[in-house]
Design a protein around this ligand. Structure first.
Ligand code: PLP
Length: 427
């Protein structure tokens, strides 16, 4: 019988046998010992499963990969050293020089820079699209060399909610995969594969770890996308000469994408997660449903509180606020929730942002989100401080924008702190 989500968070990926450790052991070893050359040979030929070097796979890492794959409803997963590494590995598995990718422009700043600047140096062109473009406007941008559409379930920090089915339909009409960054939603609120996404990525640094202890990422394969004989993906259908001539769509019919990601990109680039970090990540995932629900409950309360502060606030971005597109989509895709993050814009711009943050005494000022402790960030005075007012406008960051991430604190403590910071704006 299939287990429920909370049980999977505790048990998927690791099933101790009689007398074995109840909690996932840390295999703090770079390498593994074998009796005969033929044992190692069959591992290298991918004919038997096992471990030989922890850059490629490690038993602790493997268990956590299986857990996340189970939570997302995928056929396989690959943990990476960061969320950025997960995005990079995904693109490098699908694309080569001269490939083209469409991405929503509202993606996380780090992803935006990877796409706009760094991938360009590899000859991969990422073209940014906007959510409010019509299907035919987006369709017109798809080329023969387009290899993927990329978007976030909940955009960081704009808090738009993705109409996953719509983007999956456009992607599949063109035989290309939809990649969804599910970091903010987590599989507790949304499993994008259920709505047609083909590949999911995570910055596990955020809610999956949840305790602000480990930087990490994950790539998950739905196993549903048809790479077979797909002209856009010739190297999934041709012999990989760097791997004894295996053909991913023939030798690994059920999961060619994740196998290629592991044996080619992980082998060559080495963006692996350590066993110790995988163990800590697993500790976070064990309590994911409890934590995310509390983050959400707190965010809903604070979003409604912020609505009463229209004297100071120009705009609030949160799926919890009714009569918004994000709210409508959250009912379909996010069980009516919207994660623990709320973005809002102070009327007083840059000065008000600085004054507000400096007046806080309880909420942490952090370059982070999805922390167990409530934290806040003012992009214009921190992550985006090198940009001019003009450039800030171009990336859609208002000088008065604040990104508040509700932790597991007592919500009254958070509201009291916000209340006195709003009062400080009057002084
Ligand atoms: C933080 C973040 C990333 C990047 O992840 P790192 O673990 O910091 O490398 C990617 N996508 C989203 C939505 C994020 O919030």
């Amino acid at each position: 019988m299939a287990h429920g989500f909370a049980s999977k968070c505790l048990r998927a990926g690791y099933s101790p046998k009689n007398g074995e450790a109840a909690t996932l052991p840390i295999y703090q070893s770079t390498t593994f010992v074998y009796d005969k050359t033929k044992d190692v040979a069959s591992l290298f030929d991918l004919k038997s499963e096992g471990f030989f070097y922890s850059r490629l796979s490690n038993p602790t890492v493997d268990c956590v990969e299986k857990k996340i794959a189970a939570l997302e409803g995928g056929v396989g997963a690959m943990l990476t050293s960061s969320g950025q590494a997960a995005t990079f590995a995904t693109i490098m598995t699908l694309c080569k020089a001269n490939s083209h990718v469409l991405s929503l422009s509202t993606v996380y700043g780090g992803t935006y820079n990877l796409f706009a600047v760094t991938l360009k140096r590899f000859g991969i062109e990422v073209e940014f699209i906007k959510e409010d473009e019509t299907d035919s406007m987006i369709q017109a941008k798809i080329r023969d060399n387009t290899c993927a559409i990329f978007a976030e379930t909940i955009a960081n920090p704009a808090m738009n909610v993705l109409d996953i089915e719509r983007f999956a339909r456009i992607a599949h009409f063109n035989n290309i995969p939809l990649i969804v960054d599910n970091t903010f939603a987590t599989p507790y609120l949304c499993t994008p594969f259920a709505f047609g996404a083909d590949i999911v990525i995570h910055s596990t640094t955020k809610y999956l770890d949840g305790h602000a202890t480990v930087v990490g990422g994950c790539v998950v394969d739905s196993g549903k996308f048809n790479f077979k004989d797909n002209e856009r993906f010739s190297d999934f259908n041709e012999k990989d000469l760097s791997y004894h001539g295996i053909i991913y769509t023939e030798d690994f019919k059920d999961c060619p994408f994740i196998v290629k990601a592991k044996v080619q990109i992980m082998r060559d680039i080495g963006l692996c997660m350590s066993a110790q970090d995988a163990f800590l990540l697993d500790k976070g995932i064990e309590t994911l449903p409890l934590r995310v629900q509390k983050h959400c409950d707190n965010a809903r309360t604070v979003a409604l509180y912020l609505k009463t502060k229209s004297k100071y606030i120009k705009e609030i971005y949160s799926p919890y606020l009714e009569n918004t597109k994000a709210h409508e989509l959250s009912l379909k895709y996010l069980k009516g929730e919207g994660s623990g993050v709320i973005s809002f814009v102070l009327k007083g711009g840059l000065d008000a942002g600085i004054k507000f943050i400096d007046a806080l005494s309880f909420i942490n000022l952090e370059v982070h989100v999805a922390d167990i402790r409530t934290c806040i960030l003012h992009p214009a005075s921190s992550t985006h401080r090198q940009l001019t007012s003009e450039q800030l406008k171009d990336c859609g960051i208002d000088e008065g924008l604040l990104r508040l991430s509700l932790g597991l604190d007592d919500v009254d403590d958070v509201i009291n702190d916000l209340e006195q910071a709003f009062s400080a704006l009057d002084k």
